[in-house]
Design a protein around this ligand. Structure first.
Ligand SMILES: Nc1ncnc2c1ncn2[C@@H]1O[C@H](COP(=O)(O)OP(=O)(O)O)[C@@H](O)[C@H]1O
Ligand SMILES: Nc1ccn([C@@H]2O[C@H](COP(=O)(O)OP(=O)(O)O)[C@@H](O)[C@H]2O)c(=O)n1
Length: 225
């Protein structure tokens, strides 16, 4: 059992389920920090593209980890991602990064090293709590967190939500990118079934605000301030 120095809220779920936006809004409402673990995998993928590596070469991917640094802010009101002083906050969300990020995420050494960093961020001094979202937070990074949530929604709804963001892509391309990444990611981590002790929050029929309120209520009932 890890002795967490503060309230840790672990949130997992598939692409487009609302993990980042809902967790960030919940962290704001709770006065907590927010850790988007996907941003670390995206930053590593962005670095690989920038260095022109072969994404089938696991050693090449691992060799970039030292260069990655720890440039992910956890302030829900000022989320920046930097690599060696370069601001990549927007760039890491590009479709060209989404296309290769799963290749990075399937490398065991990458997961081990990034998870070590995530755990130290969770336990770092700061606000009274931190909400961390990704794919394996409830199962690998913080399986003993006091609050563990699997945030999901019907695949069609998740695709629609993603489409509303990626307006410059065809519906077919968005649908394919969501389902392809879900398929590749689920080979590495099971984020579609709630593990023992994890609460499933299905937002298919919930508004954004209703979903945030539900997550905040879960935290407040499990970790009354
Ligand atoms: N319950 C909801 N109802 C409507 N839109 C939502 C809901 N939850 C999230 N969204 C929207 O769906 C999109 C994808 O959410 P995001 O947080 O990026 O998902 P994820 O991080 O799981 O991929 C965002 O535009 C977000 O505002
Ligand atoms: N804890 C995590 C977080 C992300 N990831 C990987 O990083 C990718 C991008 O994560 P993300 O959270 O930005 O993706 P979305 O769900 O926001 O679309 C995922 O598709 C996974 O391949 C992971 O393997 N483990």
């Amino acid at each position: 059992m890890t002795r967490w120095s503060r309230v840790v809220v672990a949130v997992d779920g598939p692409a487009g389920s609302g993990k980042s936006s809902v967790s960030r809004a919940a962290a704001r409402a709770l006065g907590y920090e927010f850790l988007d673990t996907g941003a670390a995998y995206r930053a590593l993928a962005w670095l690989g593209l920038d260095r022109g590596i072969d994404f089938d070469d696991e050693d090449a991917i691992v060799s970039l980890l030292d260069e990655l640094g720890d440039g992910i802010s956890t302030d829900p009101d000022d989320l920046r991602v930097t690599i060696g002083g370069t601001d990549v906050t927007e760039d890491i969300r590009q479709p060209r990064v989404s296309k290769v990020v799963s290749a990075v995420a399937r490398v065991p050494e990458v997961r081990t090293r990034l998870n070590e960093g995530f755990r130290s961020r969770l336990n770092a001094p700061g606000r009274p709590g931190i909400v961390a979202e990704g794919r394996d937070i409830t199962t690998v990074v913080a399986p003993d967190a006091p609050v563990r949530v699997l945030l999901t929604a019907d695949e069609g709804v998740r695709i629609q939500r993603r489409r509303a963001e990626l307006t410059d892509q065809s519906a077919a391309d968005v649908a394919r990118s969501v389902t392809d990444r879900d398929r590749k990611d689920s080979k590495v981590v099971d984020f579609m079934t709630a593990a023992e002790g994890v609460t499933t929050l299905d937002s298919t029929d919930l508004s954004f605000d209703e979903t945030v309120d539900a997550m905040v209520a879960l935290v407040r009932s499990a970790a009354p301030s």
